[in-house]
Design a protein around this ligand. Structure first.
Ligand code: IPM
Ligand code: MG
Length: 359
């Protein structure tokens, strides 16, 4: 019996998690996997109920589970609250508490979705990359302060990494590249930043352990440029926390479908946290309009990485592909001029379940 903690969170989080849970139960049934579910609060809903965006009790619950499925956090209601009470602080805290130092964000273009990108079809068709982002260090967690000196307001954040933090994410990225196209691009800013030079050195030191993987280095500004010019050349990319935050959004949008991209956050232990890359979309929350596919595909990653059930992951991915091939779309992935009636969040869940039933 594997325990899964559900943290639906804010905005569209609860809606997309509800559909993903239906899919998870069905896929588990098909593959004879026994699951038990627990649920707790994170983000703004937790602030409202408990005064903090993540309670110790929720962290303890997570530690007793095989995996966590998270919806989304945040919304305008909590924009003005102090930083320690912001919904996002809860997300950063759970990543840190569970030691989830590696964030895997695949950006894949489905053949039937090529037209959805803002880039020309010939540029995006065949794009299939994986951004491996360091998640518990760097600028997000370095010393930070805002203060006043000589009547002038000042502020700083610091980006610091030690070689062990770099080599553990580096190894994870080499392994991931090994299982994909065997090309690993390390993204950095070593022409300016000391800390990037350490990354570059450590990545080069690891390379001989992975002779089958081709390691390259790319400056982050130039990487951002190449992503819109020739995204197909990238296979696996690895980078520090803030670079990964920015580059993974760019990579995601190249596919034209932020509403479809899953992510996995992993640590040294088996426990993983799985969440859609998109946010809480407060503008459409509660209207049954959200696209549940990113969360459903995050469930596929959950089966693969935390439950050691790649066959269940494949079943879910195939079902999603078939639904898309049949032309079904939620509003976010319908292009201007396309004559398609959007399906809602629940209806999209129904369609995926229907395909799973054919197994
Ligand atoms: C992400 C998000 C988070 C981050 C925010 C919500 C704290 O943008 O997961 O990419 O910056 O890591
Ligand atoms: Mg982000």
């Amino acid at each position: 019996m594997k325990k899964i903690l559900l943290l639906p969170g804010d905005g569209i989080g609860p809606e997309v998690v509800a559909q993903a849970v239906r899919v998870m139960k069905k896929a588990a049934e098909i593959h004879g996997i026994e699951l038990a579910f627990e649920e707790d609060l994170i983000g703004g809903c937790s602030v409202d109920a408990t005064g903090t965006p993540l309670t110790d009790a929720a962290v303890e619950k997570a530690k007793g589970c095989a995996a966590v499925l998270l919806g989304a956090v945040g919304g305008p209601k909590w924009d003005a609250v102090p930083r320690e009470q912001r919904p996002e602080t809860g997300l950063l805290a759970i990543r840190k508490e569970l030691g989830l130092f590696a964030n895997l964000r695949p950006a894949t273009v489905y053949p039937s979705m090529v037209e959805a990108s803002a880039l020309r079809p010939e540029i995006v068709s065949g794009v299939d990359m994986l951004v491996v982002r360091e998640l518990t260090g760097g600028l997000y967690f370095g010393a930070a302060k805002t203060y006043e000196e000589d009547g002038i307001r000042k502020s700083y954040n610091t980006m610091s990494y030690d070689e062990n933090e770099i080599s553990r994410i580096g190894r994870m990225a080499f392994e991931a590249a090994r299982g994909r196209g065997k090309e690993l691009c390390h993204v950095h800013k070593a022409n300016v930043l000391e800390v990037s030079q350490l990354w570059l050195d450590v990545m080069n030191e690891l390379a001989p352990e992975y002779p089958d993987v081709n390691l390259t280095h790319q400056l982050v500004d130039s990487c951002a440029m190449i992503l819109v010019k020739e995204p197909k050349i990238f296979d696996t990319l690895v980078m520090s926390n803030l670079f990964g935050d920015i580059i993974s959004d760019e990579a995601a949008m190249i596919t034209g479908s932020l509403g479809m991209l899953p992510s996995a956050s992993l640590g040294e232990g088996g426990i993983g946290l799985f969440e859609p890359v998109h946010g809480s979309a407060p503008d459409i929350a509660g209207q049954d309009k959200a696209n549940p596919l990113a969360t459903i595909l995050s469930v596929a990653m959950l089966f693969e990485h935390s439950l050691n059930a790649p066959e269940a992951a494949a079943t879910i991915r195939e079902a999603v592909s078939r639904v898309l091939d049949a032309g079904h779309r939620t509003g976010d992935i319908i292009l201007p001029g396309q004559d398609i009636t959007p399906v809602g969040c629940t209806a999209m869940g129904d369609l995926v379940l229907e395909q799973l039933d054919k197994n």
